[in-house]
Structure formats: C-alpha cells, structure tokens
Write a protein of this length. Sequence first.
Length: 70
Amino acid sequence: MSWAREAVAAIRKIILIEDRIEVLTEQVKLLADCYRDLDRRLVRIEAKFDLLEKVATSGPRRMLPEKSDD
C-alpha cells in the first residue's frame, strides 16, 4: 500500500470516529434529559409521601361518629 492510500484510510477512520462521537454525544444528551425528567418525578413522589406521612402522624385523628341505633 502506498503512503497516499494509508493517509486516505487514516482520514476515513478519523471521520468515522468523529461521526460515532457525534452520535454518542446526542445519545448522552437524550439520556441526561430522561434522567432529569425521572429525577423530577421522583422528587414529586417523595414530596407526596412526606405529606401523607405528616398528615398521618399529626395530631388526633377525627373519627366518624358511631352509628346510632335509631
């Protein structure tokens, strides 16, 4: 193989590597967005559970009046 062919082959490899890096970069961005969305959803769920726990443990509970035998 001549040096020109080797140079062209090396340039092609570099271009392919750059394309793969661009694709991976886009995939990582999409994964980061999905992670952020899941994190926000988890925070909302945790907040709801915290609220439920506070309501369940706060003060005396109101009970329904007992059924009368009328």
